[in-house]
Design a protein around this ligand. Structure first.
Ligand SMILES: Nc1ncnc2c1ncn2[C@@H]1O[C@H](COP(=O)(O)OP(=O)(O)OP(=O)(O)O)[C@@H](O)[C@H]1O
Ligand SMILES: [Mg+2]
Length: 272
């Protein structure tokens, strides 16, 4: 059984002639320990799906199961990282990270232990007295991620966590985040616009289509970690996913399956 199962999720906004179907029956599973990226054109429903999984808003149909249990509201077993980090500006790093642990009534000894572990994980040891306005974008981002990991969620949901940083910083943060997730053995579902980022970080890349958020492709990335951005296998994956997103690949679905099995990797299945 998958750790997370989104089953036949329907979501629409408005009614009558104004009814806008955003998700027309989307199903997605994430296995424990997997890092899954969700890619798709702007407005296709990625944030909507992620926030339904988080329990921040309700679907009009379908269900979300975590460890086989139906979830309907937000809960600490699903950590969330917002695109703009959403740190509390009036709290320093230390209090930002401690906040969810206090909410969960963790003992103070355990809180302190976890805090120093997380500061170390994020490379922020000794910086915990700084306030968000005194942090670089990368530091804010790392604080937001470890804060979301503080109560050891079963799954971490991230909505374009690196959307606001520049290209070079982004590559460095991808490497740092990968390290954090590998060491904390987190299960992650991340929305991103960046195909390179998805291939660099993920075990699986799920591509949504503009039409009712249907899942267009579900691709296993079998590259060993840390990934070599210049290797031909890596470039091949990035180009294939680009082609799927731009639609160039759809008519060649059979060919993709053939080619990937020929290379011994069986990497791509395309929902037609
Ligand atoms: N509360 C709402 N009321 C009405 N329409 C909404 C609401 N929330 C989202 N939508 C619509 O649902 C669609 C999907 O939005 P969503 O934010 O999920 O897209 P997205 O895939 O995350 O896009 P982006 O990549 O630009 O962040 C959009 O057309 C959006 O306008
Ligand atoms: Mg979005």
């Amino acid at each position: 059984m998958a750790l997370l199962e989104a089953q036949d999720i329907h979501k629409y906004f408005g009614s009558g002639s104004q009814k806008h179907i955003v998700l027309g029956g989307v199903s997605l599973q994430v296995e424990e320990g997997q890092f899954v990226s969700l890619l798709g054109p702007s407005g296709c429903g990625k944030t909507t799906l992620l926030t339904i999984i988080a329990g921040f808003q309700k679907a009009n149909g379908g269900s979300i199961l975590l460890d086989g249990h139906l979830v309907t509201n937000a809960g600490p077993e699903r950590g969330f990282v917002f695109q703009n980090y959403a740190l509390f500006p009036w709290m320093n790093i230390r209090d930002n990270i401690l906040y969810p642990m206090k909410q969960q009534k963790m003992s103070s000894a355990e809180r302190e232990r976890r805090l120093s572990e997380l500061l170390e994980l994020a490379g922020l040891t000794g910086k915990d007295k700084l306030y968000p306005h005194q942090l670089s974008g990368g530091m804010k981002q790392r604080t937001a991620v470890v804060r979301a990991l503080a109560c050891r969620p079963k799954i971490l949901l991230m909505d374009e966590p690196l959307g606001a940083v520049d290209f070079q910083m982004r590559q460095r943060l991808q490497e740092e985040l990968e390290d954090i997730f590998m060491r904390d053995r987190a299960t992650v579902l991340m929305v991103t616009h960046d195909v390179e980022e998805a291939v660099y970080m993920s075990d699986r890349v799920v591509v949504m289509s503009a039409l009712q958020g249907k899942i267009k492709a579900d691709i296993n990335i079998h590259l060993s970690r840390p990934r070599d951005r210049r290797s031909s296998e890596y470039r091949w994956q990035v180009n294939r996913i680009m082609d799927i997103i731009t639609g160039r690949q759809e008519s060649e679905a059979e060919e993709v399956s053939l080619e990937s099995s020929r290379s011994g990797q069986r990497m791509i299945t395309i929902a037609r």
